[in-house]
Design a protein around this ligand. Structure first.
Ligand code: FAD
Length: 451
């Protein structure tokens, strides 16, 4: 175990370390929570099982995260490591064409851009920021088991070299991401059948950006049972990933690299941007196998970020949801440490807030490939400022209700009206979703030992 602050570098303490809060996982959710709690003057231990900088997927950020970076004191540093992202583009009606959803056109004024970042750099920056704020940060330290009772939290794990460690804390924040430490231990994790998919992704050279001020856009393309992201990163690198269901993966023959390159070359609009594309480093694969935990908080514990739920990443909301939950969590934990009687009420509010954010994007994710949704995204209209509400959602405005909620509900009615007018398209969309729900990945990605 390597530590900063109060814990000396090499020693494995015989007696348990004592903290106000143990934060498990040093990704964006954990590092932000630890920073904010340390600033309140709490004694915080942030434990990360790997060592920064380490690779992570999830490179496209959202404008609504920029004020959160500002509050964490890292906004300028984040802007320095990334490429400015002024919008997201989706396929237009004309083959190969695209429609830009420009972040200057949100319903409420917000930051007009976000950043596309190498996650290794972003996550290291946020982790070091937690240390600078006063949290004790340890790397190469995996928390393996936690016990929570009236006396508090007792965690056991392994530090560097496999040395056993024990930690006691008054509160536990699970920020272990898709490892879902508590979700697994308490049996709370449920697969989201409507979103299940897997991803193949890599960094490329030889892929052209958009022109002019939109050169930093994320581009999204549809494929038969999924979609493809194209994210410009610094140094002429393009991150490209395919998210799809078992059906597409089953059709694959030969090496994954060749399969992905061949598939990209068949996508109208993307094929023209390929200019002798080459993979830099390794192609990676992951099951993003969406899930949610049936509880996200309980006595003396709560989950932040991906440890609570994960949905298909098409709208690049993961890091924003992680940061937003971290801010809520830090407020909640701080208040409860001072006044334990508040816990149930504050946790109820926390649960509602986290669910509402994900619910806002989930409806769109499930229908993204349906013919009617393709049509509406290819022909955006701003009647009643609905398009601006959609841009707001794409910018990460997931929690505010004023003006956005009813416009998105109206969009759903318009969607339904189009379904009635285009019954064939509507049935095709429903069939697609039902087929996807019936399909299963083999091996089961939630089984022990699965990737
Ligand atoms: C294919 C794909 C594409 C994506 N694209 C985007 C995107 O473009 N934009 C976006 O915003 N999001 C994207 N995401 C989602 C994004 O990656 C996550 O939502 C985000 O990283 C969540 O942050 P987190 O801090 O909750 O979890 P993580 O970033 O996963 O951090 C969790 C940390 O906990 C550590 N850990 C786990 N278990 C333990 C343990 N027992 N003890 C100690 N440490 C532990 C891990 O090593 C890790 O560092 C994508 C996800 C996938 C799968």
């Amino acid at each position: 175990m390597q530590a900063a602050g109060a814990v000396p570098d090499k020693s494995v303490p015989a007696a348990p370390l004592e903290f106000d809060v143990l934060v498990v996982g040093g990704g964006p959710a954990g590092s932000a929570t630890a920073t904010l709690l340390a600033r309140q003057g709490r004694r915080v231990l942030l434990a990360e099982k790997s060592r920064h900088p380490r690779f992570h997927i999830g490179e496209s950020l959202l404008p609504m995260s920029m004020p959160l970076f500002e509050s964490l004191g890292v906004r300028q540093a984040v802007e320095r490591i990334g490429v400015l992202k002024r919008g997201a583009d989706f396929p237009a009606a004309t083959p190969g064409g695209y429609t830009i959803f420009d972040f200057r056109r949100t319903l409420h004024p917000t930051c007009a851009y976000a950043v596309q970042v190498p996650r290794a750099d972003l996550d290291e920056l946020l982790f070091r920021n937690a240390r600078a704020a006063g949290a004790v940060t340890v790397e190469d330290t995996e928390i393996e088991h936690v016990r929570i009772d009236d006396a508090g939290v007792e965690a056991r794990g392994r530090g560097a070299g496999g040395a056993p460690i024990a930690i006691r804390a008054r509160y536990l924040v699970d920020a272990s991401g898709r490892d879902t430490l508590l979700g697994r231990q308490l049996g709370l994790k449920r697969r989201h059948r409507r979103h299940q998919s897997a991803a193949l992704f890599a960094h490329f050279t030889g892929v052209r950006r958009r022109d002019g001020e939109h050169e930093g856009n994320i581009s999204i393309y549809r494929v038969e049972d999924g979609w493809v992201w194209v994210i410009p990163l610094p140094g002429g690198i393009m991150s490209i990933g395919l998210v799809c269901g078992p059906r597409t993966l089953r059709q694959r023959s030969g090496e994954r690299e060749a399969f992905l390159l061949q598939l990209l070359a068949t996508i109208p609009g993307l094929a023209e941007r390929l200019d002798a594309p080459r993979i830099v480093g390794h192609l990676q694969a992951t099951g993003n196998y969406s899930y949610r935990c049936t509880r996200v908080a309980g006595p003396r514990w709560l989950m932040v970020g991906d440890s609570a739920a994960f949905v298909d990443p098409i709208f690049s909301a993961g890091v924003h949801v992680a940061l937003h939950s971290a801010f809520d969590a830090a407020r909640l934990v701080g208040a409860v440490l001072d006044e334990p009687g508040l816990e149930r009420r504050l946790q109820r509010r926390y649960r509602r807030e986290q669910r509402a954010g994900l619910a806002r994007v989930s409806w769109f994710i499930e229908r993204f490939n349906a013919p009617v949704m393709k049509h509406l995204f290819a022909h955006p209209r701003n009647d009643w400022r609905i398009e601006e509400a959609i841009v707001s959602m794409l910018a990460g405005d997931l929690y505010r209700r004023d003006g956005i909620t009813w416009r998105l509900e109206l969009f759903k009615l318009i969607y339904l009206a189009h379904c009635v007018a285009d019954l064939r398209g509507a049935f095709a969309g429903v069939r697609q979703r039902l087929r996807r729900m019936r399909e299963v990945f083999v091996p089961d990605p939630l089984s022990p030992g699965a990737p």
